[in-house]
Ligand binder design. Structure first.
Ligand SMILES: [Zn+2]
Length: 305
């Protein structure tokens, strides 16, 4: 199961940067990405065998796990890369990467496939958004096995970027958890407060600012608990927990339309009666909920995901 500490160990796939510009790329198995979706089969992530993907597609080298090389292949919209090789009765389809992450949670190859999906999604998003040089506007050229875009005009190299965002599980003196609903979320979705790091801030300063702005709360005992890549489209979520100094909420109604303090039993009851929908399995928000609640399987049962 993914926990806030699940990403603390080395990545299961060695990124092996020295292999990026070699013929290992041609012998690699491919994670196929199309418009934020990933090619999957009934058994989770579907890897397309060497030769089964188009060499003129956008390819980024993902790494080596001691057994195989892996690449991300960005399929054009409407392309069917990898699907045509399916055997009779074998279903393959493009599914949202976020949905696949939840399904990988309990899979035996879950950690490897999770790392491949997250990196492939991140790098494909970055390429899609950086076709032109941000300095001079010239179309850029892919290099370094998909890890650089070079500008042929001003000769700058542009590297993939990740935007840090903080998320914080806030409890009160009775260990009740604060759950908030942001006005732009789907109905009944409740989660922890979160926000993007602004230039010039430490992660901790971002937590204090966001929580003060969104809920009017001061925090104590702020503690880092783990991070998780979240390439939808380009974030790494940095997880904290903290204690609120008081329970009096002053909500920024533009961003946070509702918030409440819940005991464990109250949370389960709200999920059961449908008035609260939790963040999906596979997200750091959910693993932070599980860690606070103490029985993630119970939350999965009651939410039915
Ligand atoms: Zn340029």
């Amino acid at each position: 199961m993914i926990s806030p500490g699940s990403f603390a160990a080395p990545m299961t796939v060695d990124r092996a940067a020295h292999r990026r510009e070699s013929d290992h790329v041609g012998h690699a198995h491919a994670v196929v990405i199309r418009e934020g979706t990933v090619l999957a089969g009934a058994d989770g992530l579907h890897l397309v065998e060497p030769g089964g993907w188009s060499a003129d597609a956008l390819v980024a080298y993902l790494g080596h796990d001691g057994e195989r090389d892996y690449v991300a292949v960005a399929a054009e919209e409407g392309a069917h890369a990898g699907e045509e090789g399916a055997h009779a009765g074998e279903e393959r389809e493009f599914v949202p990467a976020r949905a696949l992450l939840g399904a990988l949670d309990a899979h035996p190859r879950g950690a490897r496939d999770r790392d491949l999906v997250l990196t492939a999604t991140a790098i494909a998003h970055w390429h899609a958004a950086h076709a032109r040089c941000p300095r001079c506007g010239t179309p850029t050229v892919v290099g370094a096995g998909g890890w650089v875009r070079r500008c042929p005009s001003c000769e700058r190299d542009h590297y993939p970027r990740t935007d840090p965002a903080v998320i914080v599980a806030i409890t009160d003196a009775d260990d009740r958890l604060l759950l908030a609903h942001a006005s732009y979320w789907s109905a009944r979705r409740y989660s922890h407060l979160a926000g993007y790091v602004e230039p010039g801030e430490s992660f901790e300063q971002t937590v204090h600012r966001e929580v003060a702005e969104e809920a009017g709360l001061a925090l104590t005992g702020l503690e880092y608990i783990g991070s998780q890549p979240w390439p939808f489209p380009a974030s790494v979520m940095v997880g904290f927990r903290a204690r609120a100094v008081s329970t009096v909420l002053r909500l920024d109604q533009d961003e946070i339309s509702d918030a409440m303090w819940l005991t464990r039993d109250q949370l389960v009851e709200r999920v059961r009666d449908g008035s609260v929908v939790l963040a999906p399995r596979g997200s750091i928000a959910r693993s932070m909920l599980d860690a606070w609640h103490g029985d993630g399987a119970a939350l999965t049962r009651v939410q039915g995901d």
